[in-house]
Design a protein around this ligand. Structure first.
Ligand code: HMG
Length: 415
């Protein structure tokens, strides 16, 4: 009998401070419309040194347990991150200790830029689908703090967050279509962070080209498998229209719009046997805008209020979508595209569970965002200039974890 596998529950954590993106634009002498309309941003999370990837991951993981995940059933803990805190010790070990999880589990981190979280999710899913999990569940954490440096082109696309996913044979939130994924990877230098640097380096416009090239390859792989297995049907219209919603990795919201338009155009050109002429392109423009509005835009609210959270971004889109439309999407198939610079990518799909809306409402999405504090640009600049081991100014808020200093070369956490 086919095993059903997917996301049973999810939770997330965000830093306590944020800036309004229009404040940042004004401080940099940039037209605010460039950041709001050109990039699609509204706010950007600002992490203090105590809110590192371990602290965010542990806080999200703790919230997942508080939603009812049984720790004694978890046999697999994987953390996707590109902002780890130690060359050897994985964040998974820190989290296992902080959450007092059982010792009888497999623990490890996965790294491939923003794709690392999806690598962890796929490993967990396939562990369960293969039967190796023997009825146990997996906790997958995606946690990152994105930094590009002050006054760089990447500055308005920073952010930070962690998402915790419980993966099991009871996929109340999203049942994954195991075995349909399309992958695309290549050796490129579009975005990277040499060892010892806190801020990433990026070839911004080239990185968008790499993202779109990877998307074309990964989408084609998924589509061909989905057609062969009759999960979708051959059709005149682009096959992406058969997905109720399509979620993309969101380095900034406008990227998702470019991505969806590119997926459509590639299929139209494939059918036309070459590039579309001017008239066909003009006819496609309003259709692409309408499909973006209905298939993609509903997933972008949370991302536009947090910014790029690297590995967590795609799963923030999922959280935001199900927060907005979980009930109406129950039983419908959605597509998801994960991209990590360097690069690796995967297009996959799943069917929204009947209990998705109920599961997401338990998180209290709005309350978590509303309790954040808006900071001025000078305060944001002060926070970013703090050394990574700056002492904690205050005790962590109830239920949250913070980095609390290094003793004898060992990182300690409080909360
Ligand atoms: P830029 O070069 O300063 O911006 O930085 P731009 O000149 O390209 O303008 C951006 C958009 O604003 C354009 O829209 C402009 O037209 C528009 P588009 O033509 O692209 O649709 N614009 C305006 N709109 C309204 N009013 C105005 C106005 N002025 C301009 N007055 C860039 C943009 C994305 C390059 C930069 O922010 C950056 O380098 N970001 C970081 C890299 C990035 O996010 N790459 C995305 C793909 S790679 C990826 O997703 C992986 C990643 O997450 C890392 C990982 O995997 O770990 C980054």
């Amino acid at each position: 009998m086919k095993v059903r596998v997917g996301i049973e529950a999810l939770a997330f954590a965000v830093p306590h401070r944020y800036v309004e993106i229009e404040d940042l634009a004004r401080a940099r002498g940039v037209d605010p419309n460039k950041f709001t309309q050109g990039l699609g941003a509204r706010q950007m999370a600002v992490a203090e040194p105590g809110e590192d990837a371990v602290a965010l991951a542990a806080t999200a993981g703790r919230r997942l347990l508080a939603l009812g995940a049984d720790p004694s059933k978890i046999g697999f803990l994987a953390v996707g991150t590109e902002t780890g805190v130690d060359h050897s010790k994985p964040i998974a070990s820190f989290v296992q200790g902080l959450l007092k999880l059982p010792r009888t589990m497999r623990t490890f981190d996965t790294q491939h830029a923003c794709y690392g979280g999806t690598a962890a999710l796929m490993a967990a899913t396939e562990w369960i689908a293969s039967g190796a999990g023997a009825g146990r569940t997996a906790m997958v954490l995606c946690a990152d703090v994105a930094r590009y440096g002050l006054s760089t082109a990447g500055e308005p696309t920073q952010g930070a967050a962690a998402v915790a996913l419980l993966v099991s044979e009871s996929p109340d939130v999203l049942e994954l279509d195991v075995g349909l994924s399309g992958s695309f990877s290549a050796d490129v230098h579009d975005f990277w962070r040499p060892v010892g640097r806190r801020d990433a380096l990026v070839d911004g416009h080239y990185s968008m080209e790499c993202y779109l090239q990877a998307l074309a390859g990964a989408y084609r792989g998924w589509r061909d498998r989905a057609l062969a297995r009759e999960v979708i049907r051959p059709s005149e219209a682009p096959t992406s229209e058969q997905l109720a919603r399509v979620l993309y990795h969101v380095p900034f919201c406008k990227m998702a719009k470019k991505a969806h338009a590119a997926v459509r155009l590639a299929e139209l050109e494939e059918r036309a046997g070459g590039p579309l002429d001017e008239a066909a392109l003009a006819a496609e423009a309003p259709v692409a805008a309408a499909r973006f509005a209905s298939q993609v835009a509903p997933s972008l609210d949370l991302c536009s209020r947090i910014g790029n959270a690297y590995t967590a971004s795609l799963y923030l889109s999922l959280t935001g979508l199900l927060h907005a439309q979980g009930a109406e999407l129950a039983g419908q198939r959605i597509g998801l595209f994960s991209y990590g610079s360097g690069c690796a990518s995967e297009f996959f799909s799943g069917v929204v569970g009947k209990r998705a809306a109920e599961r997401i409402s338990a998180i209290g999405v709005e309350a978590l965002l509303e309790r954040r504090e808006r900071v001025s640009i000078p305060e944001y600049e002060r926070i970013l200039s703090l050394p990574p081991d700056a002492p904690l100014a205050n005790d962590p808020p109830e239920g949250e974890v913070r980095y609390a200093g290094t003793v004898d070369h060992k990182r300690t956490y409080r909360g």
